[in-house]
Design a binder for this molecule. Structure first.
Ligand code: SAM
Ligand code: SF4
Ligand code: SF4
Length: 339
């Protein structure tokens, strides 16, 4: 019989989901994430030796799964497919007993090259980010003039390889709110679940303002006028997206409403940065260094104890407290902490 290794935080939330950022680099410069004027040619990205190696990541993932109750792994970044041989990491993680799900969040541009080998390595699902179907708008948002077709090719490559696909669209007022209906129709027809993400105040470089948030209620209202929607229950406790179904069908969409409707009470996610910092909230100001202890020779039991202490002491619920929190306080950038 397997023993229950679940760890709980200060508010009795279990740890279930580990997001691993494998690089802080990206081939896009999305304005809401890595604005080009800040993430320029001289930006001090992490050096190779600063990154956790695949062996270190495998060891840590094994500890998280075997001794701390983690069941799901998501690989993210930066752009995770910029890290050479990421399929090898997926293969290693897939070999760990107790991992129930491995997913990746990607901008999709490199999927035509890698989708097949990722699937073969054991990846199950991909969330692919696309914010508009209009080249002019999308090219501006991604900061590199990348075409919509590049991402659509990535989506097709992932589907053809047998990966489950969801689409992520960050909605920001004045940036792409006029694309909501177009995107909803397009991906309903294509048979992919589209998830709208409210523009969030992650990091300090994206000039976030509450006024720029296009809230869940308006997204739903707008789509419902043309294609009526009804709420449906979550697939599991801790699911970040609220789900809605087009009435009279099985087609659905999701909305991740971190700003207008916080979901901290069920948040069961930890984030490991590419440099080995562990964060217990997406909006964290500081993390816990895991790379130094792992490189100084701690054994598995000692590492387990350290990770348990971090989770036991967790009191984060930033989105619930956002209105009373200082918006200017330093926060870790999205490309570092991993989305
Ligand atoms: N590069 C990959 C990608 O874009 O999918 C993975 C990393 S990215 C940081 C993860 C997710 O965070 C993406 O879906 C992205 O659109 C989203 N994201 C980035 N900055 C955001 C922000 N300020 N507000 C809301 N979502 C954001
Ligand atoms: Fe890169 Fe993803 Fe951030 Fe866009 S959202 S800049 S693709 S890491
Ligand atoms: Fe979890 Fe922090 Fe987001 Fe709340 S604000 S849901 S604690 S990541």
């Amino acid at each position: 019989m397997q023993t229950d290794t679940t760890v709980y935080d200060y508010f009795k939330r279990p740890l279930r989901d580990l997001r691993i950022s494998v690089t802080d680099k990206c081939n896009f410069r999305c304005t809401y994430c890595m604005p080009a004027e800040i993430f320029g040619p001289d930006y001090p990205f992490l050096k190779r030796e600063e990154l956790l190696s695949f062996e270190e990541l495998e060891r840590l993932t094994h500890i998280f799964v075997a001794s701390l109750g983690v069941k799901k792994i998501r690989i993210t970044g930066g752009e995770p497919l910029m890290r050479p041989n990421v399929a090898e990491l997926i293969r290693k993680i897939n070999g760990i007993d107790g991992v129930e799900d491995i997913a990746m969040t990607t901008n999709g541009s490199l999927l035509p090259k890698y989708a097949k080998e990722l699937k073969e390595a054991g990846l199950k699902r991909v969330s692919i980010s696309l914010d508009s179907l209009r080249d002019e708008i999308f090219g501006q948002i991604n900061g590199r003039g990348v075409s919509v077709q590049t991402v659509l090719d990535g989506i097709d490559a992932a589907s053809d390889a047998g990966l489950q696909v969801k689409i992520n669209m960050v909605v920001k007022k004045g940036m792409n709110d006029s694309d909501i209906l177009h995107m909803a129709r397009f991906f309903r027809e294509k048979g992919h679940i589209l998830r709208f993400i409210e523009f969030m105040d992650v990091g300090n470089t994206n000039k976030w303002k509450l006024d720029d948030v296009y809230p869940k209620s308006r997204i739903i209202e707008e789509i419902s006028k043309v294609m009526p929607l009804e709420p449906i229950s979550p697939n599991y406790s801790g699911e970040v997206a609220s789900r809605f179904r087009y009435i009279g069908s099985e087609d659905e969409i999701g909305v991740i409403s971190s700003v207008s409707d916080a979901f901290c009470s069920t948040c069961n996610r930890a984030r490991l940065s590419a440099s080995g910092m562990l964060y217990t909230c997406l909006f964290a100001s500081k993390g816990h260094d895991i790379r130094s202890p792992i490189r100084s020779g701690l054994n598995d039991d000692e590492l387990t104890g350290l990770l348990q202490d971090v989770w036991n002491g967790r009191k984060d619920r930033y989105s619930l407290e956002r209105s009373t929190t200082d918006a200017e306080r330093p926060k870790i950038e999205m490309s570092h902490i991993g989305g």
